[in-house]
Design a protein around this ligand. Sequence first.
Ligand code: ADP
Ligand code: MG
Length: 290
Amino acid sequence: SIPLSFFGGLGGASKCGVLIKGSNYLEALANTQIIVFDKTGTLTKGSFAVSKIHAKDISNEQLLEIAAYAESYSTHPISQSIKHAYNKEINNSRIQNVQEIAGHGVSAVIDDKTVLAGNAKLMNREHIQYEPCTEAGTVIYVAIDNKFVGYILIEDEIKDDAPFAIKELKANGIKQTVMLTGDNDAVGKKVAKKLGLDKVYTQLLPADKVAHVEELLQSLHQTNPKGKLAFVGDGINDAPVLARADVGIAMGGLGSDAAIEAADVVLMTDEPSKIATAKKIARKTLAIAY
Ligand code: ADP
Ligand code: MG
């Protein structure tokens, strides 16, 4: 049977805006020693500002327009940011055959031309010769009919409460903090350094994130069979990794329906510090129960 104090714990957490889908997850949270974060929208705000537009053979305005059109159907934070920078109405009749390529970017047919917008991985995959951007930031390379036409550099900010969240988690039984991201190495390392994370892995596809979590789980269970691992994410691509973790935590506000569905814990406000709050409540509840 479930100790009575568990109901208090679940209720206390929900009052703080943390929805825990069962007392078993409260217990797992109390025993969590490794916490793995997604980057975009989880530790960073996910609302990128365009910091540079570098066009080749077309104008900067044309580059931004073609990128906004290619991104028009995506719900990814990158796409929202590009559409926001473009800030004009989009004529949907010009767009056909839109495809989102997880961990890579998007492809669409615009005015009968094939447009690709995404990272270096996408350009390499399609064998497109491009000018690499050397500045730090998230880069969206754009190609029209397999010809590179420039890149857009965008920058995200660390969430205000993220440094506090990391400190609080470390003070409350977390032994290792890890970040997994599909973004480039420069951005990933910069964020990890600023937050003092123990480990960072970059340029990952959704399947790579699952593989890293499995590896971390294995090494944790070798040293501590009772230790648990939590993963925190927001995106639709995070569902497999949310399901694989002992405790899957989703950002409820920014999160996709698939992520919220797959999660064991949902944060109603997208503040990572809420995880530390939940961890504290979980530890206290367990201490009272046993
Ligand atoms: P994260 O791991 O930071 O949450 P994702 O796995 O969602 O990132 O995406 C990884 C990378 O794939 C992004 O940094 C970006 O380079 C590229 N990407 C994903 N979706 C898009 C998109 N809609 N437009 C352009 N690039 C994208
Ligand atoms: Mg993400």
